[in-house]
Each structure stands twice: as C-alpha cells, then as structure tokens.
Design a protein around this ligand. Structure first.
Ligand code: ZN
Length: 141
C-alpha cells in the first residue's frame, strides 16, 4: 500500500504537536520528504471516495471519503514554514489526509464512506483490486 512510503523516524528528537515523532514522506524514486508539524489549511469542497488501508490494521480495507485537493502547511528540518498544494496526482492528497489524521488520533475507519465496504485484505484482493486505481498505484511500490 501507499502507506508504506511513509517512514516514521523514532530516533530523532523533534516531535510534532502531539508529541509524536515527525514524519517523512517517501514517494517512489524520490528523496524522503520531512514534514514537521503538518497541518491542513485548506480543503476542496469536492470529495472523492477511495480505497484505503492502514499499517495500524493491515488486514482490513475500506472505502473512505477524502477531499479531492488540500493545502498543507508544514515546517522543514530547519524550521522554515512551507506550503504545499496536493491533488489526486500520485494519491498525494489522500495520502497526506490519511497521515495527518494519524497525528490527530483519527484513523481511516473514522472516515469510512460506507460500512458495507469494509473487508479483509483477501476479499479486497479478490473482488476489488483490479478495479481500484488506488490499489493499482500502490502495487508499483
Ligand atoms: Zn495509517
């Protein structure tokens, strides 16, 4: 899953607002991208429904509702504030919403679009993976 692009460093001293270690976003073929104290400052009204899974409960998949585009404000490793606009490209908007939610104690399951879509990993692979653009992108990792 795209979730695995995220490396959570537990060795560095800097923490985010909830006292957790800072996060590094790692996209395929790119350098690790540190996001310190990330915060979503703008959300598009338009929403999308995507398949999501999580390293916190690896065997369960579900459809969740996300904003199509967002703007994230964060600090780099030197403490400078930056802003980044994320769209559906490379699932970045969805990915960032998922991970920033974690910092606030919100899990994908809290954003579930329809309870009936919750399924096991096996069921997802068998019934949905072929039709899921998100899953297709994730298999490239
Ligand atoms: Zn997660």
């Amino acid at each position: 899953m795209a979730r695995e692009h995220w490396l959570r460093s537990r060795n560095c001293g800097t923490t985010n607002r909830s006292g957790e270690p800072r996060d590094f976003l790692q996209l395929p073929g790119a350098e690790p991208w540190p996001l310190v104290n990330p915060e979503i400052t703008w959300r598009s009204e338009e929403k999308i429904v995507v398949w999501d899974g999580c390293l916190s409960f690896l065997s369960i998949f579900m459809q969740v509702e996300r904003h199509r585009e967002i703007v994230v404000r964060y600090q780099d490793l030197r403490g400078e504030w930056k802003e980044f606009a994320a769209s559906e490209e490379r699932n970045l908007s969805e990915l960032l919403q998922h991970e920033i939610d974690h910092l606030d104690g919100i899990l994908a399951i809290d954003r579930i679009a329809d309870m009936r879509t919750m399924c096991t990993r096996e069921e997802f692979e068998r019934r949905y993976r072929a039709h899921s653009p998100y899953a297709v992108a994730a298999t490239q990792s």
